[in-house]
Design a protein around this ligand. Sequence first.
Ligand code: QAP
Ligand code: CO
Length: 177
Amino acid sequence: MAIREILTYPDAFLKQKSKPVEKFDDELASLVDDMQQTMYAAPGIGLAAIQVGVPLRLLVLDIDYEWDNNDPAQQINKNLQVFVNPVITHKEGSMVFKEGCLSVPEFYEEVKRAQKIRLEYQDVKGLPHTLEAEDLLAVCLQHEIDHLEGRLFIDRLSFIKAKQAKKKLKKNLADQR
Ligand code: QAP
Ligand code: CO
């Protein structure tokens, strides 16, 4: 079990398209284990494999855990969901949500996405499932599935907002040095 390094914008690796998972073996199980540990430690609510440098169609999320106020690194009532090779088969409605991303630190902006989706995916053992998701779960899945296509949420902003975002992010980076 290990916490992996999260790649951040403008790392070009994040722009590549991830490949389908074909082997449901121990290596996959241990990648999933590292990903969930990395996500909870961040802390975040969703993480795609490409964000830890592995270009596979795989993501983990947990949208409703609680924090232990005495220890922010400790989560209670965890409800981890693992999605392998997810495909959105239906989208409905629309909603706006202020999103963030572990690969785009300290930047949050409103993004419009479908409010309800239907999804086909496999679990970590390779068994097929379908899921209907709405609101935050639907938003989070669409955000993470975008990562599998090499797309970040800042790529979905209006031209002017995307420009402001990239300027701010580059300034944050420069300030770190
Ligand atoms: C994706 O994002 C998401 O900037 C998951 O400094 C987010 O977990 C989907 C995070 C919102 C839908 C709505 C971001 C942590 C976590 C930061 C995350 C930061 C620390 C982002
Ligand atoms: Co993200």
